[in-house]
Design a protein around this ligand. Structure first.
Ligand code: ADP
Ligand code: NI
Length: 200
């Protein structure tokens, strides 16, 4: 992605996210961008589309903004930057398909969508995923753990979602990275329960 466009996107998302502490900060987007570009190279995906979609993938997240349907923040940015309508539509399709809820759990229809989705999911697992989970849980006021509950705690979220992500990766390279990060989470959970139960 050309440096001027990257800088402009960075400035826009910094303005949109501000000091958000729910795990959707600018740094999340930049990690997703970097990983998506790496996966794009491994898969031979279009770097311009992947770059734009990664930078804008949370710019209209309904959990953060009530910008409404149709990705208005992403579209406004691309219009200002003179991105053509075919490319804009392609980027919007990628963003829509990355979201699990909007896409009904289906696989993205393009390789570009697959790599951005993988990059977003990789950021939810491993050491960073662990950190984001407790940050999100704390922000929501939910407990770290409650042995009597299998939902509504941060530890429960590992079982509800995070431990499932490695089997949902679309690309080979992402699967390889996910397997390492998955093992790290399993080791963390084992140690967590050992300490919780007074065994260490
Ligand atoms: P994204 O849209 O970037 O994939 P989400 O909005 O689903 O991510 O969640 C942001 C971060 O918060 C992720 O790391 C996710 O695992 C974590 N998270 C989401 N829901 C919960 C929850 N109920 N408890 C703890 N962490 C959560
Ligand atoms: Ni994201």
């Amino acid at each position: 992605m050309n440096p001027a466009l990257y800088e402009a996107a960075l400035e826009r998302i910094s303005g949109l996210f501000g000091e958000d502490a729910t795990g959707h900060d600018v740094r999340h987007t930049l990690r997703v961008y970097r990983m998506a570009m790496r996966l794009a190279d491994a898969e031979g995906a279009d770097r311009e589309l992947v770059g734009l979609a990664a930078m804008l993938h949370d710019a209209d997240d309904p959990k953060l903004f009530d910008s409404g349907d149709g990705l208005p923040n992403a579209r406004a940015f691309m219009a200002e930057q003179g991105i053509g309508s075919a490319q804009t539509e392609a980027v919007c399709t990628i963003i829509d398909e990355v979201s699990f809820s909007k896409n009904g759990g289906k696989r993205p229809s393009t390789v570009e969508g697959m790599v951005v989705q993988d990059a977003d999911r990789l950021d939810a697992i491993g050491a960073i995923g662990i950190a984001r989970t407790f940050a999100f849980g704390g922000n929501r006021g939910q407990p770290i753990h409650d042995p009597d509950r299998d939902t509504g705690t941060s530890i429960a979220h590992f079982h509800e979602k995070l431990l499932k992500l490695k089997d949902l990766m679309n690309t080979e390279e992402a699967r390889r990275i996910a397997e390492e990060r998955h093992r790290y989470m399993e080791a963390f959970l084992e140690e967590f329960h050992e300490e919780w139960n007074g065994h260490r």
